[in-house]
Design a binder for this molecule. Structure first.
Ligand SMILES: NC(=O)c1ccc[n+]([C@@H]2O[C@H](COP(=O)([O-])OP(=O)(O)OC[C@H]3O[C@@H](n4cnc5c(N)ncnc54)[C@H](OP(=O)(O)O)[C@@H]3O)[C@@H](O)[C@H]2O)c1
Length: 251
C-alpha cells in the first residue's frame, strides 16, 4: 500500500525521542518532510543530524502559547506546505490523587492538556482539505492506570476534545484522531518502571497484562501513527485507536 506521504509536510511535537521520534522516523522513511519540536536544542540537533535534510527542528515547549504559530511558520517557510501533525508531549508525573499537588496538576494541565488543545485549534485551522491531526493520548482514556492520577484525569477529557474537533474540522476535510498507547518501550516507560523501585517486577506485571505478552516497540507505534496521518486513512476520523497489544479491557 502506498501511504502517499512523499513530499507532504508534517509537524511532530515532542519528537526528540519516544513515540514522537518513532513517528518522525516512519514519516521520513516514507518520503515526508517533518518539523520536529521539543524543549532541548541538544537532543533536537541529534534528530536533525540523524534524519538529515527531510527534517527541520524547532525548540518549542507545548505549554507555550506561541508554539503553534512558530511550528506552522517553520513548516511553511521550509517546505511551503503543511499536511498534518502528531501532537505528542512528555507524560505527566506518576502518583495517586491523594498526594499529587496543585502545582503538579497545573503544570501537567498546561503542557499535556491546554498545550494539546491549543495546538489542535491552531494547527487545525492551518491545515488544508485532506489534512490530518493525531493526538498521542493513552490507554487511560478508556481505563484508569494504577498510580497515574494525572493521566487518568486529563486524557479522557482530551480524547473528547479531539472527538469534538473532528466534528468541527470534518466539514473542511480535516481529520482528527487520537492514539492510545498501552506500554510501548520508550525511555518514559523505562523511567516509569524504574520509579516503582523494582523495574523488573513492574515490567513483568506489565507484560502479563498484555495479551501479546510483550511491550510494544516504538516503531510499531510509529507505523500506526504514520498511517493515521496519511491519505491512506482518508476516511478515518474521530477515532481513539489503541496501540497496546490488546491490553485494554474496554472495547
Ligand atoms: N510510551 C508509552 O507506552 C505511552 C503509554 C501511554 C501514554 N504515553 C504518552 O505518550 C506521550 C509520549 O510518550 P513517550 O513514551 O514518547 O515519552 P518520552 O520518551 O518521555 O518522550 C517525550 C518527548 O516529548 C518531549 N517533551 C516533553 N515535554 C515537552 C513539552 N512540554 N513540549 C514539547 N516537547 C516536550 C521530550 O523532549 P524534551 O524533554 O527534550 O522536550 C521527548 O522528546 C506521553 O505524553 C506519554 O504519557 C506513552
Amino acid at each position: 500500500m502506498d501511504l502517499q506521504l512523499t513530499d507532504r509536510a508534517f509537524i511532530v511535537t515532542g519528537g526528540a525521542r519516544g513515540l514522537g521520534r518513532a513517528t518522525a522516523d516512519v514519516l521520513v522513511a516514507e518520503g515526508a518532510r517533518v518539523v520536529v519540536s521539543g524543549r532541548s536544542a541538544e537532543t533536537l540537533a541529534a534528530v536533525r543530524e540523524e534524519l538529515g535534510e527531510a527534517v527541520e527542528v524547532v525548540v518549542a515547549d507545548n505549554a507555550d502559547p506561541t508554539t503553534p504559530e512558530r511550528l506552522v511558520r517553520a513548516a511553511l517557510d521550509r517546505w511551503g506546505r503543511l499536511d498534518g501533525a502528531l501532537v505528542s508531549v512528555g507524560g505527566p508525573p506518576r502518583g495517586p490523587v491523594t498526594t499529587i499537588t496543585d502545582d503538579q496538576w497545573t503544570a501537567a494541565f498546561e503542557s499535556v492538556f491546554l498545550g494539546a488543545v491549543r495546538l489542535g485549534r491552531e494547527l487545525g485551522a492551518a491545515l488544508p482539505r485532506g489534512g490530518s491531526l493525531a493526538f498521542v493520548l493513552s490507554s487511560s482514556v478508556r481505563a484508569p492506570l494504577a498510580d497515574m492520577a494525572i493521566s487518568n484525569g486529563l486524557r479522557p477529557g482530551l480524547a473528547m476534545v479531539a472527538k469534538t474537533l473532528a466534528d468541527e474540522l470534518g466539514p473542511a476535510g480535516v481529520r482528527v484522531n487520537g492514539l492510545l498507547p498501552g506500554r510501548v518501550e520508550t525511555e518514559r516507560v523505562a523511567e516509569l518502571d524504574a520509579a516503582t523501585g523494582d523495574p523488573e517486577a513492574a515490567r513483568a506485571a506489565g507484560v502479563a497484562s498484555i495479551p501479546l505478552r510483550r511491550y510494544g516497540e516504538p516503531a510499531e507505534f510509529g507505523r500506526v501513527a504514520a498511517f493515521v496521518l496519511s491519505p491512506a486513512a482518508s476516511f478515518v476520523s474521530g477515532v481513539m485507536l489503541p496501540v497496546d497489544g490488546g491490553m485494554l479491557r474496554a472495547l
